[in-house]
Design a protein. Structure first.
Length: 505
């Protein structure tokens, strides 16, 4: 006997819901960068050693990256609204703990808790959008806003982190999350109406949870260690080997079990696979750039934390314009690859300009236009990518498909920071070695060497963005979205007729 859950009528509260979903997403993305600027002050106040300071960032990254697939599956099982609200309240509690930290252990524990609740919250937010916005044009606008926040939130975090650290206290980089979370949770509780018949009620795949969590934690931690201890370090190599074995075992398990944590059909559909891969590569390039520009502006040019944060505004403006004005307007008119491929190329052109960076480069003449191009390109590409991440997915797989987007971003960020920083450091060392003999001003030599290192690494970022563009053009072959109905099997094996965007080939 079949049941019909007709959700063809749009949810009248969907735009209100978008406000609270976007607020939650902004909070999670902000947290990825806001703590970076506050870290030196927190380290000094709490007596954190130089060797352990990286764990303030790493504890969050490991919990978030390692638990994302599990969080996405829990959202499918519990319901996205419940997972979303629990994730928000947990994130607020963890943030309060971090702001009130009296020592190193308390701060690191709060960061791990933030990561864990973020891993529940982030996929629930994206999958709620996927199931609530079913009209192609409205979906384009909603994902345009979400894409702008996903891309630009990290830069906003640099501004907010600078302002809070300089004018208040490093603890406010944690406390600021609390009002965000409470408002978003209250709004979600009263406004969000999750469509019926879209849960996955099958049993939880415990081996899949263990293997994916350990595999992703090993991968993220491997890249984090590579940055601090080198690529040939025994532990670093061991982590990469362990990650490869664990993730291979995970894929094997998912192909065999009855109710997999990550059904392989989510990955093997070429459009979704193309999105996860190209987006991960783009994030590698972008996170590396955030790091280099922050160092360049603060160390080489002597900008204050606040001035550094505001120096990123052109990139944010470009992302918002690219996502909401270009991506959202064209998404229903052209195929996604014609937005993503050129978008990554435009971003690459902005990155190419930054390879010309010198110690005395003009902000207005070089850095500002490069950031605008980078923002426009990324915003244009991110918007259809976020929407396409759940392209053609079964409703009961929406949470775990959304988690894969966050996983590709999280792993991409870890790789970008480690890989590009290592390249920059090697080039800097080589420059100093080859120019030390004739140098009369050691301070100038250090600055020139740093900028040379950044320039070398940015060349790699240009190549990575070109690869992301090539993947988008090659793998993503779906046509422009149109509205229609498809039939999808729900988690209990009963077919539900659900109105969702279908794709014209």
């Amino acid at each position: 006997m079949s049941k019909t859950a007709d959700i063809s009528l749009p949810d009248p509260s969907r735009w209100k819901a978008l406000v609270f979903i976007a607020l939650a997403q902004l909070m999670v993305v902000l947290d990825a960068t806001i703590v970076n600027i506050a870290l030196p002050h927190a380290q000094h106040d709490l007596g954190i050693s130089e060797g352990n300071k990286q764990w303030v960032i790493t504890a969050y990254a490991l919990a978030f990256g390692g638990l994302l697939l599990f969080g996405g599956r829990i959202a499918d099982l519990w319901g996205r609204k419940r997972a979303f609200v629990v994730g928000l309240l947990g994130f607020a509690g963890a943030s309060a703990l971090g702001g009130a930290a009296t020592g190193e252990v308390m701060l690191l524990g709060s960061r791990a808790l933030q990561g864990a609740f973020g891993a529940l919250l982030a996929p629930a937010a994206l999958s709620l959008l996927a199931v609530m916005f079913t009209d192609a044009k409205e979906r384009a606008k909603a994902f345009g806003i979400y894409g702008a926040i996903a891309g630009g939130g990290g830069a906003v975090g640099l501004i907010l982190g600078g302002v809070l650290t300089e004018y208040l206290n490093w603890r406010w980089t944690f406390f600021v999350n609390i009002p965000f979370a409470i408002v978003a949770a209250a709004g979600a509780y009263f406004v969000i109406r999750e469509p019926a018949g879209s849960r996955n009620r099958s049993t939880l795949d415990i081996p899949g949870v263990v293997l994916s969590t350990l595999g992703l934690v090993s991968l993220v931690y491997g890249f984090t260690r590579a940055e601090s201890d080198g690529w040939s370090d025994t532990t670093t190599v061991g982590l990469f080997v362990a990650s490869a074995l664990l993730l291979a075992a995970f894929v094997f398990t998912e192909a065999k079990v009855k109710s997999p944590l990550l059904p392989l059909r989510v990955l093997t559909e070429r459009n979704r696979g193309g999105v996860y891969l190209s987006l991960g590569l783009a994030i590698i390039a972008m996170f590396g750039l955030f790091l280099f520009l922050t160092y360049y502006l603060q160390i080489v040019r002597g900008y204050s934390p606040v001035k550094t944060g505001f120096a990123f505004l052109p990139m944010i403006a470009g992302m918002i314009a690219g996502s909401t004005q270009i991506g959202a307007r064209l998404m229903t008119r052209v195929a996604p690859r014609l937005l993503m491929g050129p978008g990554f190329l435009v971003a690459g052109a902005g990155m190419l300009m930054l390879t010309q960076l010198e110690v005395g480069s003009s902000y207005a003449g070089l850095i500002l236009p490069a950031q605008l191009l980078l923002g426009l390109g990324m915003g244009t590409a991110f918007m259809p990518a976020m929407s396409l991440a759940t392209h053609g997915v079964r409703p009961e797989d929406a949470g775990v498909a959304s988690a894969m987007v966050n996983t590709s971003q999280q792993v991409g960020g870890a790789i970008g920071t480690a890989l590009l920083n290592t390249i920059a450091a090697s080039a800097t060392t080589a420059y100093i070695a080859s120019h030390a003999a004739g140098a009369t001003n050691q301070q100038l030599l250090q600055a020139q060497a740093m900028v040379h290192g950044y320039s070398n690494a940015i060349w790699w970022a240009v190549g990575i963005l070109a690869a992301a563009s090539a993947i988008a053009f090659t793998l993503i072959n779906t046509g422009r979205p149109g509205a229609g109905s498809v039939t999808a099997a729900s988690g209990d094996g009963v077919e539900d007729e659900i109105k969702v965007p279908v794709v014209a080939h």
